[in-house]
Each structure stands twice: as C-alpha cells, then as structure tokens.
Design a protein around this ligand. Structure first.
Ligand code: AMP
Ligand code: GLY
Length: 421
C-alpha cells in the first residue's frame, strides 16, 4: 500500500517509523514531514497539516491508498470526511467526532449528561456573567477557552484576580480568537495525571498501556506549560485496580455516550485523567495520539500498526492483533532555549549518530536537513526514546543518549520519570 501520514512532529516521526516496518506498507509519504521523517518517508514540506484542500489534492495526485491524519487541526477541519468523500480511506475521527477535542464544551456536556467523572464546571458566553460567577468562587480555579488554542487555552488560576484576568483575556481581548468566545470555569482538581490512549472503531475501545507526559517546562514541574517535555510508558501509577476502575467508570461509558449521541468515533481517543482523592476523573479528551506520549508508546508495540489502523477504519478492531512488549520506555525531549516562549532556530545539531549508536531512537520534532546536516527548526527539536526491561534502565539509557546530542541553547528536563522510579 501507498500510505500518506499528515503532520510533521515527533509523534508523526514515531508513527512513520512504525508504519515503515509494516509488511503492508510499500511506500510512505508524509506532509509536511521534517528532517528526520525524510529518512523513512517522502516528505512534502510545502503541504501544511492545516491545509485540507492541499492534503486532499496530494492524496489524489499521488494516488495513495490510505491516509493517516494525526494532528488536531486537520481533524477539526474535517480532513477525514473530505478524504473519505473522495473515496480515499483515512484513519482518524470525522469532524463531528473530533469535537471531543475541538470543543471543550461539547465534551464537558457529554460527560455531564452521561455521568462520566470530571471536574464540576459552568459555561459562559458573556464576560460579565463569568466575572460575576467568579465573585462567588474560591481559588484555585480553572479557566478554559472552548476551542483549540495550541494547548494555551487553559489557566489554572491561583487567585481569583488571576482567574478574572484570564476570563478578560479570552473573552474581551480575543487572545485566542474564536476559541475564547465561550469559556468554561472549572473546579480545580488535584492529583497525578495519566494519559490513556485508546484505539476506537465506533464499536470497540481498546486502551494502550497508560503513559505520563511532563507538561511543565522546567524540573520539578515548574514553569510554563509546554507541548510536553518527556514521557514514560507504561505508567507505574496506573495499577490494575485503577485500570479496571477507569475501564468501568470512564472508557466504556465514554464509548456508550458517543454511541448514544450518534457519534461513531474512529481513531485514537486520548483520555487525559487525573487520579484525584475521589478516584480517576477526566481532565480532557483529545481526538488523536498524544505528543510525546506516542514516542514512548509505539516503540513498545509488538504488532503491525498499519493493520491496526485499517482495522479501526473498517470497524474490525475487536479482531485486531494488538500486543505490547513487557518492557518500559522513556522519552526525553530536547528543546530550543526559550521554549515555550521565543526561541532561535537554525542551530546545527551534533551527536545524532552517537545517540542512536547507544540503541536509543531519536525522533525528530522540529528539524531541517540540509546536505546531510541537521538544524533546529522548532521549539521541541528532538525526542530521545529508550526501551528497557525496567523504567529505571529506560530512563538511564534515554538520558545517556540525550547527553550525546548538543546544539546551541539546548534545553531538557533532567527529571523525566524521576518521581516514579
Ligand atoms: P487541558 O488543555 O485541558 O489538558 O489542560 C492542560 C492542563 O491544565 C492539564 O494537563 C492539567 O494539568 C491542567 N488542568 C486542566 N483542567 C484542570 C482542572 N479542572 N483541575 C486541575 N488542573 C487542570
Ligand atoms: N501530550 C499532550 C497532548 O498531546 O495533548
């Protein structure tokens, strides 16, 4: 088969690498791709992941047999609907199903209606009403913009003044564009966070091993929120007891709720959980693989990813062969100095071969290749993943490999997984 993957981050590199090992895949294309993906797929840097017209045109011109739509933007824009309407099979939820991520109000109402455990929450379309509501609340409290906002539409406010500023920034200053026209004000939950990615074909939901992201920029979970600075899998916090409870109280009810609403969700459902003192609760759903969770998870997959994607798309997930290695994986992200704020690009990267010679896999997130050399081209630049029999060993190996890599201003967290070994 000729397969096209949409996206150009570390997550897409991990997906492309897994697909390149599938006996079903003869030719692999990626749009836009990046410097590292170019080693396993033919890249189309001029085709942006958010340009659905260009994606459909590329899929048609190249006569691809299957498209994997990974990032949130094209899913929310209906990329899968458009491809399927053209007769091109595609992996990923439809625009309607992608609302699980693209509208926090949509997913919150679903959880409320079907009794799925989550933070208590009120929705506001009027800034005055939101501010008046805050007068009767206590901090800490959480303010969220409704729509996609590059992960920046959530403010965990430590004071009511901070919450008021967030409401004004979203609703009056339009800092998040249309995303902020409606806001949610939520109870602040406490507890550790775990990610459960699930394959879902509309009838069957099959969770992957749980993973843990590290969202804050600096060690000790300090600093601003980022796209994710590292991940481990499987999560040691996710005991068999918790897994059984999540399956019973959250995963099955979520599938039933979507079905009751007439939403056939096909793709990866990202369930972000908080393990609160009252039990596991949903922080958010996303309609796709997580980044960098995927860079820790897919190296543990012992089955053919392409066969799984086809089974999901065809509604045959119950029969799919999905086996995971009984090992642990750790992914350490190397970022540009200044990320998630302003950062420089175009810095030459050294030590990639030395890192891989140690047995690690180096996923490219923001890189550019020129004449055989690699240069930084984004905030998150690389993700270094190691797999080992224990989490402790996987972390040691990932850090040993990461130490071999350098570029001007390189930044990494030194404590990925450290709380859990
Ligand atoms: P989200 O974009 O919904 O994933 O939110 C980003 C981060 O904000 C989450 O990973 C949590 O760390 C935090 N967060 C979101 N909602 C809540 C909440 N209700 N209580 C506490 N923390 C939250
Ligand atoms: N790792 C967080 C996300 O993919 O949304």
């Amino acid at each position: 088969m000729k397969v096209l993957v949409i996206g150009g981050g570390g997550r897409e590199h991990a997906v492309c690498l897994a697909l390149s090992r599938s006996p079903r895949v003869d030719a692999l294309l990626c749009a836009p791709g990046n410097g590292g993906i170019a080693r396993v797929a033919r890249c189309f840097p001029q085709v942006k992941a958010s340009d659905v017209d260009a994606i459909v045109r590329l899929a048609r011109d190249e006569r691809v047999d299957f498209v994997v739509v990974t990032p949130d933007d094209p899913l929310a824009l209906g990329c899968v609907d458009r491809l399927e309407a053209e007769g091109i099979p595609a992996f990923g939820p439809t625009q309607q199903a992608a609302q699980m991520e693209s509208s926090k109000i949509f997913s919150k109402r679903l959880m409320q209606k079907y009794g799925i455990p989550t933070a208590r929450c009120e929705v506001f379309t009027d800034c005055g009403a939101a501010l008046a509501y805050l007068d009767g609340q206590q901090a800490p409290i959480v303010v969220k913009a409704d729509g996609l906002a590059l992960g920046k539409g959530v403010v965990v406010a430590q004071t009511l003044d901070e919450a008021r500023d967030a409401v004004r920034a979203m609703m009056l200053d339009g800092r998040f564009g249309a995303s902020g026209a409606r806001v949610l004000i939520e109870e602040c939950m406490t507890g550790r966070e775990v990610t459960v990615l699930c394959f879902c074909d509309g009838h069957t939901i099959r969770p992957m091993p749980a993973s843990q992201d590290h969202k804050r920029a600096y060690d000790g979970d300090l600093g601003p929120n980022t796209g994710g600075m590292g991940a481990i899998a499987p999560s040691p916090l996710y005991t068999p007891e918790i897994a059984a409870r999540v399956e019973r109280e959250i995963l099955r009810p979520t599938l039933a709720a979507m079905n009751a609403e007439g939403i056939a969700f096909k793709g990866v459902l990202y369930v972000g959980l908080m393990l609160t003192p009252e039990g596991p609760k949903v922080v958010e759903y996303n309609a796709r693989f997580g980044d960098p969770e995927t860079q820790a998870l897919l190296p543990l997959l012992d089955s053919d990813l392409m066969a799984i994607f086809q089974a999901v798309r065809d509604g045959q997930l119950a029969q799919a062969d999905i086996r995971w290695r009984d090992e642990s994986a750790a992914c350490v992200v190397l970022a540009s100095g200044g990320y998630p704020g302003k950062y420089a690009s175009g810095k030459e990267i050294a030590g990639l071969d030395a890192a891989e010679a140690l047995g690690a896999t180096v996923y490219h997130a923001g890189t550019r290749e020129q004449d055989g050399r690699y240069y930084t081209a984004g905030g998150r630049v690389l993700g270094v993943t190691a797999v080992a029999p224990t989490l402790r060993r996987a972390l040691q190996d990932a850090y040993a490999a990461a130490e071999r890599i350098s570029f001007n201003g390189m930044m990494m967290r030194r404590d990925i997984g450290a709380r859990d070994v």
